[in-house]
Design a protein around this ligand. Structure first.
Ligand SMILES: *Cc1c(COP(=O)(O)O)cnc(C)c1O
Length: 374
């Protein structure tokens, strides 16, 4: 049997094909200016406009974006910060970097994003902030979550690292919370050719505070006015690359959703839990299904040359480096999802014939599975 080419989970070659990144890079080379210059300024204003936020402050990566956002709203060592435990530990890394304490709340069964019921319980512990992650590109229930945080007077920070361009009720991810945090890691929906990140906000004072924090806590050059500063800057090269790619984001998201919609339709009759939406509230960053037979399905697909991954296999509260995690309730939905989620290939530029092959192989697994069970 001839083996067709393997299908990767993500392809940078496919995503960046046909985009003129050379011109963007050449502009930076010709300018001889590499850090915090016109490209960064240009990108910040273009991205703020795209998101529908008054301000955008770029930083070195998405984890820094979360950490500086927490510092900007005044989170201090020992403070509690509400977060979910199924989002890859990025928020937890930022919380621990400050010496604050994650308080893990459970997620909603359908979207696997922060549950308003769990948040309401968590708010009783008087956290200093809440991080909501729009996981896999699905927007969380922002009307409910914002209302709860507003009533409690607790700042809500959005982790939008998987949801560039996702939109709910006409408002994009990153324009709902006090601050929106983005990563431009190469695999994200808007990806640089290296690390990058940004924070969006409608609050001018928070934006100014972020600008100080990302550069040593300087109010002016060599005057350290604010504690907790660091060096976290987007460079001109990545900013220029992101400016070339931003105009293509909506079309690339549409391609991702189109693939997700084809999968959802094909898998509707199978014993699989599929993404709950393929509309604008889902940026289709990852196409994730749930099955109790997840591990066997992965082995089967691997044998058919189809890459998969698990986002994420270990919940934050079970990570070995941080025992004694603080939980709100038993995190039942989080735990169940960790054991069942599997991500299938879904990226802009993915060949239709490869989408067909993934569909065929998944269908074959469950047919064969049925036969074996009889
Ligand atoms: C990728 C990611 C981050 C972190 O981004 P980096 O740029 O890699 O630091 C944060 N949160 C989520 C949900 C992510 O997927």
């Amino acid at each position: 049997m001839a083996h067709p080419a393997p299908i990767p989970l993500f392809s940078a070659a496919a995503v960046n094909a046909g985009i003129d990144l050379g011109t963007a890079i050449q502009q930076v080379l010709d300018s001889h200016w590499y850090v915090l210059g016109q490209q960064v300024q240009g990108f910040e204003s273009e991205f703020a406009r795209y998101i529908g936020a008054a301000h955008c402050v770029s930083v070195a990566n998405g984890t820094d974006a979360l950490e500086l956002a927490l510092r900007a709203v005044g989170v201090a060592p020992g403070d509690k910060v509400v977060a979910v435990a199924n989002a890859g530990f990025y928020g937890s890394t930022a919380i621990h970097a400050i010496g604050a304490v994650p308080l893990y709340a459970d997620v909603d069964e359908a979207t696997l994003t922060l549950s308003p019921v769990a948040l309401e319980q968590a708010l009783a512990s008087q956290p200093a902030a809440v991080i909501v992650t729009h996981l896999y590109g699905h927007m969380a229930d922002m009307p409910a979550l914002s209302a709860l945080c507003e009533r409690a007077g607790v700042p809500l920070i959005e982790d939008c690292a998987q949801s560039h361009g996702a939109e709910l009720a006409g408002r994009k991810a990153g324009s709902w919370g006090r601050l929106g945090c983005f990563s431009f890691y190469p695999t994200k929906n808007l990806g640089a050719l290296g690390d990058g990140g940004a924070v969006t906000t409608g609050d001018a004072a928070l934006a100014a505070s972020l600008c100080t924090l990302r550069q040593y806590g300087w109010s002016h050059k060599y005057t350290v006015a604010v504690p907790g500063g660091c060096n976290s800057r987007l460079d001109e090269m990545q900013a220029a690359i992101l400016r070339a790619k931003l105009p293509l984001l909506d079309a690339q998201n549409a391609q991702r959703r189109h693939i997700a919609a084809r999968y959802n339709q094909a898998f509707a009759v199978l014993p699989l839990q599929c993404p709950p939406s393929v509309n604008g509230d889902y940026a289709a960053h990852l196409y994730v299904v749930r099955s109790p037979r997840r591990d066997a399905l992965r082995v089967f697909l691997q044998a058919h040359g189809i890459a998969t991954d698990v986002h994420y296999p270990i919940a934050d509260h079970l990570q070995p480096a941080y025992p004694h995690a603080h939980l709100v309730g038993a995190l039942e939905v989080t735990q169940a999802a960790c054991a069942e989620v599997v991500s299938l290939p879904c990226y802009p530029g993915m060949l239709q014939s490869d989408v067909d092959r993934v569909i065929g192989a998944v269908q074959e697994f469950f047919l064969q599975d049925k036969g074996a069970a009889c």
